[in-house]
Design a binder for this molecule. Structure first.
Ligand code: XMP
Length: 523
């Protein structure tokens, strides 16, 4: 349990609950999201939050059996902020009334999308800095609405379809709003959280410097004088985890870098020189190119490629880890979004689009205990921690790279020749992006080499070479993405450079598919 002041977010299944946590972390407030089912009286007593936020959610409080927080939350004596469903559940439990509203017909009170809230004539602490222009834009997404306030509550803001858009019981510091302050479309929403945590007495003690010191102390306590193995992929998460653990326990850490021969140009050398030479971290460079490419020979199905790579990765990792005598711990770069238990209303498992490989199952198989020093962090916080640890910005800001590497950027059969061409083309493309100052505006960019040869003419001769596709997307989390709007000049210049500089490619295309319906990678 963290020593920092902490806030509890009770999740009722909103799509945007994680954004609440992001907004709070940006304010240097430590918070945890817990699904409402887990928040029992005992949990609350042990967690002892300094404030509580109820998220939105898709259910209706008017339905029997719909989610509720335990009544004891109202007796903790700490400020509570209810959002959307969270507002409604608070009203219902404290003696108000909520009614259903239909989206169409029947005089419904549903509101979806942008709305404007105007203030009542009395100020409210959480609205400091609001209404300077007489009204505030907010984002609404509700079918039901509060039709009678609970005793002790008053109205502090209204919108055309939500007469109780902002309500509060200022005696008890209970605040309940119908809109979503955490989303981008409530432009001043952050101010609401800022005011709320200030009122609750948070001092903003969640800084990366403090986190780093705590994390180092915790690793030392957990590991003692035992040895730790860390799988290094060259990605940001495992790298930050490795450097942090090394700072905590020095040479008790050994990193295993499984090189499957599917990395980008010079990537393996860069990883090895950075960790072994620059950071002096004991590193096993397992160059298993032959093994991986051998097993992938003739394989063109994307899922089979992933399964082969995943299986071999575990075998190789295990083989080298066994060489490290007395290792008792395995370090993993697990992040907070992987840890948050989500509230599922559909019940059934979601469809697997792509099976991402990881070292799941490995700790049990090898009888190792886990060290996961990034478990409480979001991706951008991992980057901040990396900076705190002195990792270069150019490294921390790198685009994500998939575990199976170039195997899934080489649709169809993988050959050494194609990999070689792909590496060169990708290096030219990324160089172009960097030269034009676009790298940080793009979430991920890469080249895929296509399994077709096309006819071209260069000089006076006919060519019959590979076609490639350039991909560049903007995204927040990789779940959805849009293609990056390069200028025609940029595309033209890049195509010319690739064709001139990379032997084996005579045609360049740009992929303008968004996700969905496409995926970011080609396989
Ligand atoms: P897709 O292609 O599913 O990619 O839109 C979303 C993000 O995930 C990465 N990706 C993978 N990462 N193993 C990984 O570790 C995989 O098998 C894998 N497939 C896709 C992809 O690069 C993008 O960032």
């Amino acid at each position: 349990m963290t020593q920092h002041q902490h806030l509890l977010i009770i999740d009722f299944g909103s799509q945007v609950t994680q954004l609440i946590a992001r907004r709070l972390r940006e304010l240097n407030v430590y918070c945890e999201i817990h699904p409402y089912q887990n928040v029992t009286d005992a949990f609350l007593a042990e967690f002892a939050p300094k404030a509580v936020i109820f998220s939105g959610g898709p259910d209706s409080v008017t339905r029997d059996g719909s989610p509720r927080p335990p009544e004891s939350v109202y007796k903790l004596g700490v400020p509570i902020l209810g959002i959307c469903y969270g507002q409604q559940v608070m009203m219902q439990q404290l003696g108000g009334m909520v009614e259903g509203g239909k989206i169409t017909g029947g005089g419904g009170t549903a509101e979806f999308g942008r709305a404007f809230v105007t203030p009542a004539d009395k100020p409210l602490a959480i609205l400091d800095g609001w209404f300077s222009e007489g009204r505030e834009q907010v984002w609404m997404s509700h079918g039901d609405h509060v039709s009678r306030l609970a005793p002790g509550f008053e109205v502090f803001g209204t919108s055309p379809n939500a007469p109780y858009a902002i309500t509060a019981d200022t005696e008890r510091n209970f605040f309940a709003v119908q809109f979503h302050p955490e989303v981008h479309h409530t432009p001043n929403g952050k101010k609401v959280y800022e005011n709320f945590v200030k009122l609750a007495g948070f001092t903003g003690d969640w800084t990366m410097g403090a986190y780093k010191d705590d994390a180092i102390a915790r690793i030392r306590e957990q590991v003692g004088d035992k040895k730790v193995i860390c799988g290094l992929s060259g990605g940001v998460d495992s790298s930050v985890a490795a450097v942090l653990i090394h700072e905590a326990i020095g040479d008790q850490l050994t990193c295993v870098f499984v090189d499957h021969g599917l990395l980008r140009l010079n990537e393996a050398d860069e990883v090895v020189s950075m960790f072994r030479d620059h950071y002096n971290i004991p590193l096993i460079h397992a160059d298993e190119t032959e093994l991986f490419l051998g097993e992938l020979d003739g394989v063109s199905d994307p899922e089979t490629k992933r399964k082969i790579i995943g299986r071999l990765f575990i075998d190789v990792f295990q083989k080298h880890a066994n060489e490290i005598e007395g290792a008792e711990f395995l370090a993993q770069g697990t992040l907070y979004p992987d840890v948050i238990e989500s509230v599922s209303f559909s019940g059934g498992p979601s469809v697997t689009i792509k099976s991402h490989h990881n070292v799941g199952g490995l700790p049990e198989k090898m009888g190792l205990k886990l060290v996961e020093p990034l478990r409480e962090l979001f991706k951008d916080e991992v980057r901040a921690l990396g900076r705190e640890l002195g990792l270069p910005d150019s490294f921390i800001g790198r685009h994500p790279f998939p575990g199976p590497g170039l195997a899934i950027r080489c649709p169809g059969e993988i050959t050494r020749e194609k990999l070689e061409i792909l590496r060169k083309a990708d290096a030219v493309y990324i160089d172009q992006i960097r030269k034009h100052g676009l790298y940080d505006d793009i979430w991920q960019a890469f080249v895929a080499i296509l399994p077709v040869r096309t006819v071209g003419v260069m000089g006076d001769g006919r060519t019959y070479d590979y076609a490639c596709a350039l991909r560049a997307v903007t995204s927040v989390d990789g779940m959805t993405a849009d293609y990056f709007p390069f200028s025609h000049d940029f595309l033209g210049e890049t195509a010319t450079r690739i064709i001139n500089e990379v032997q084996g490619i005579n045609r360049v295309t740009y992929d303008i598919t968004s996700k969905p319906p496409g995926t970011i990678e080609w396989e």
